[in-house]
Ligand binder design. Structure first.
Ligand SMILES: Nc1ncnc2c1ncn2[C@@H]1O[C@@H]2COP(=O)(O)O[C@H]2[C@H]1O
Length: 227
């Protein structure tokens, strides 16, 4: 695949909140210029905990699971436009997690040295990497603080409803709730905590709410928040 083809397709499809979605055209072109697209079959490992990190990648096609050191716990799911393997390049430590292809994957890989050159020439790239890492930290803080609290209950309720309807994988699936009062009663929560949970989910860009219909805009992120 020529670089102009994959960059064009990825730019058209990826979410604005991803690493690639945040880049300017000239930054995308510079990245693509030094990247090599590699293919992985479902189940193949891209990275293992403890490996030295000599490259990072932007996912072009497919999705990957991020698993913790035991290889058992799902930490995150990354989708086209997301960057993986950036931590070992930034802090020059070993790989922090296992990265496994969850489908057929294509990833545009850039070697550490090339990436160093890119960020020297285009320092904003480093800021974009920092933004992505900062968002991840925020999510982790939120997930930690909210284990088994009202937020998690609301998130898990939405995940269950989507799974029942078979819609977890697709974006913009709808969950119908009669009212926030009734949902609060169903989950044994106060109305205020349900309102707060939906506000957080809207702020994170995970759901939109309107007239008793909850539209799940980012089902993968919802799944990760439910863990
Ligand atoms: N909590 C997380 N959320 C999303 N991605 C992660 C998380 N932890 C590790 N990763 C990714 O998994 C990669 C494993 O290799 P690195 O440590 O180089 O870089 C890591 C990140 O790109």
């Amino acid at each position: 695949m020529t670089s102009s083809l994959w960059t064009h397709e990825l730019s058209a499809r990826c979410a604005q909140s991803t690493f690639w979605g945040r880049l300017k055209d000239n930054e995308r072109a510079a990245f693509a210029n030094v990247a090599k697209v590699e293919r992985y079959k479902r189940g193949m490992s891209l990275m293992n905990v403890g490996d030295p990190g000599s490259w990072l990648a932007v996912l072009c096609v497919g999705r990957v699971r991020i698993l913790d050191g035991t290889g058992d716990r799902l930490v995150a799911i990354r989708v086209p436009g997301d960057i993986v393997g950036e931590q070992a390049i930034i802090d020059q430590q070993r790989r922090s997690a296992v990265v496994v292809a969850d489908s057929a994957v294509r990833a545009a890989q850039v070697r550490a040295k090339e990436f160093e050159r890119l960020i020297s020439a285009m320092p904003r790239l480093l800021r974009v990497v920092c933004t992505v890492i900062s968002e991840r930290l925020r999510e982790a803080t939120l997930a930690n603080a909210s284990q088994n609290d009202s937020f998690t209950k609301v998130v898990r309720y939405l995940v269950n409803e989507l799974e029942r309807g078979g819609g977890l994988a697709s974006t913009n699936s709808a969950v119908h709730i009669k009212s926030q009062d009734q949902l609060a009663a169903l989950l044994g929560l106060s109305r205020e905590s349900v309102v707060r949970a939906f506000r957080r989910l809207r702020d994170l860009g995970v759901v939109a709410t309107r007239n008793g219909v909850v539209t799940v805009c980012d089902p993968l992120r919802l799944r990760v928040l439910a863990r």
